[in-house]
Design a binder for this molecule. Sequence first.
Ligand SMILES: *[C@@H]1O[C@H](CO)[C@@H](O)[C@H](O)[C@H]1NC(C)=O
Ligand SMILES: [Cu+2]
Length: 343
Amino acid sequence: MHSSSLVQLLAAALSIGNALALPQGPSPTKCGPKEVLVRKEWRRLSKTEKQNYLKAVQCLQNAPPQLAHLYPGSKSRFDDFQAAHIELTPLIHWNQDLRKTCNYKGAQPYWDWSLDAVSEDAVLASPIFDPVDGFGGNGAYISDEEAFAFPNLPFVVPGRSGGGCVTDGPFASRPVSLGLGESTEYNPHCLRRDMSPWLLTHSANSDVVDHVMAAPDFWEFNKRAQGGLMPDEITLHGSGHIAIGGNSGDIANVNSSPGDPLFYLHHANLDRVWENWQRKSSANRNSFAGPDNGWAYPFNFFGDIPYSNITTDFALVYSELSASNKISDLMYTNKGPLCYRYE
Ligand SMILES: *[C@@H]1O[C@H](CO)[C@@H](O)[C@H](O)[C@H]1NC(C)=O
Ligand SMILES: [Cu+2]
C-alpha cells in the first residue's frame, strides 16, 4: 500500500479542480468576485457547458505529458494526473490544467450521487452516464469469477452488473494508460466499469449524507465519509468508487482510479459535502485532524501500523504537478489558491 493518507485524499478532494493561479508558497492569491469559479452539479450544466467540459478532458487526453520523466507510462497530460495519483493520491490543478492547457472556461462540475441514489432505476437513468452529454455508462457484463480476478477488492461487489469495457460515451474508445494498481508502467486497456446500482442506493443516499453532515468534528466527519472496506460499511467516498467501478473498473482501484474521468466529479462532490459541513459552524470551519497514513487508525483495516495525527500545518505534496500546500491554506474553497464555490 502506498502511504498517502485518506485524510490527504479528502484534503486533496478539497483542492481538486482548483482554479486560477498556482498556489505558490505563502504569497496570497487574488480571489475576488471576478475570479471565483462556481461549481455546478452535472445536470445543472447546459448542453454546451457539458460538451465544453467533456471536450476539455479529451483535450488533456491528447495533450503531451509533462511528467513522463517520472512516470514512464504517462502518454498524455491526463495520464500525468493519473500517474501522480498512483504515487501520491493527492491531486491538485486538474481544473487549472483544463483551463490552461485546454482553454476550458468553466469550473469543475460535480456529481451529486444522492440525487441518483433514490432508486436503482434512477441510478441507471442518471444524466451523468449519458452517452452524449455525459461520461457513458456501464461496462459489458462479465461473470463474477472473471471480475473477481481483477485486483480491486477482496469480495465480489453485491449487485455488480458490468465489469467489461465501457461501450458508449466519449471515453469508450480511448485506452486508459495506467493501472489497475500501483505500477506507473504503460499498460493500455479499455476503460472498464462494473456498476452496482444497489450499492450506490445503499451507500450514497441522502440519509448517509445526513449522517456524515451531523459529525461533531472533522475526525468523525472523515471517518463517516470514508466508511469501511466491506460492502455494508461503504459510505460516501467508497460508494462513488466501488458502486461504479466494482470488481474490475478503473475508478474502483485505490491507486489508478483517475483513469476514469468520472473520478474528478466524484471527488468534487466529496469536497462539496465537506464544504457544506464546514459552513455549519465556525468550530466545523476550523476543525481538522487525521492520521498521516491512509491505512492507519481509524482506517486500520489491514492491521495496526505506526502513524501520527496531523494538523492543518501538514503540507500536501503533488509530485511535480505543483508546489506543495499547507492544509491551512486550503481550508476555505473561496479564498486563496482554491478560489471556487459550490452552487
Ligand atoms: C489521534 O487522534 C485520535 C482522535 O483524537 C486519538 O484517538 C488517537 O489516539 C490519536 N493518535 C495518536 C497516535 O496520537
Ligand atoms: Cu477517492
